[in-house]
Design a protein around this ligand. Structure first.
Ligand code: S6P
Ligand code: ZN
Length: 186
């Protein structure tokens, strides 16, 4: 593929539309096997058409030296109290990544295999993901989508099995009008 020329990308924070557009990914319950604490409840809803989150990417490719970007929108919702979230992943080639909160309120859960961290995210917040920290995003609002922009190194890769094997250190669970972090196994 020829090297990219400089170009401009516009996005609409209110709709997640990226122009020019790249791939769009849609994640439903069926795509989130083994991730929620309540596996029985997950089984019952695995056929649901409801979109848990979507990812709109720009056309910048995931290749070395490039900096791809994507906008993730997580629907409000929960499964047996556990807040709607992304699958979460590790970058096999440990490199940093930044998130910028666009709309709604959410959180960035990070786990390095021993310790977890939580960053509150809202419009204007930059969440920094250091190399070597697995990351998952959570919508903490009960009625509004949470949306953020991600910018990441094109050679970082995505390892989803790591989260299935190691967990994320904690889970975000609804507690009245707020939420709490509970131990991953609990
Ligand atoms: C990519 C970046 C995000 C996520 C997206 C969906 O490195 O962290 O664009 O891919 O938020 O999450 P996940 O865990 O399903 O890839
Ligand atoms: Zn990432």
């Amino acid at each position: 593929t020829p090297p990219l020329r400089p170009f401009q990308i516009t996005f609409d924070a209110a709709t997640a539309v990226v122009d020019p557009a790249g791939p769009v990914l849609t994640r439903r319950m069926a795509d989130l096997e083994g991730l929620f604490r309540d596996q029985r409840a997950w089984q019952e809803l695995r056929g649901s058409e409801k979109v848990v989150y979507s990812v709109h990417s720009s056309p910048v490719p995931e290749t070395p030296r490039e900096l791809p970007q994507s906008i993730t929108t997580i629907s409000p919702g929960e499964l047996s109290g556990e807040l709607f979230m992304t699958k979460g992943h590790q970058h096999p080639d440990p490199q940093g990544e930044i998130y910028l909160g666009l709309t709604g309120t959410g959180g960035l859960l990070l786990f390095d295999g021993a310790e977890h961290a939580w960053l509150d995210m809202s419009p204007g917040t930059i969440g920094y993901i250091p190399p070597g920290w697995a990351h998952r995003s959570v919508n903490v609002s009960a009625d509004e989508p949470y949306r953020f922009l991600a910018v990441y190194p094109g050679s970082a890769g995505h390892d989803y099995q790591w989260v299935l094997d190691h967990g994320m250190g904690a889970r975000a669970v609804r507690l009245g009008d707020a939420f709490e972090l509970v131990p991953y196994g609990g």
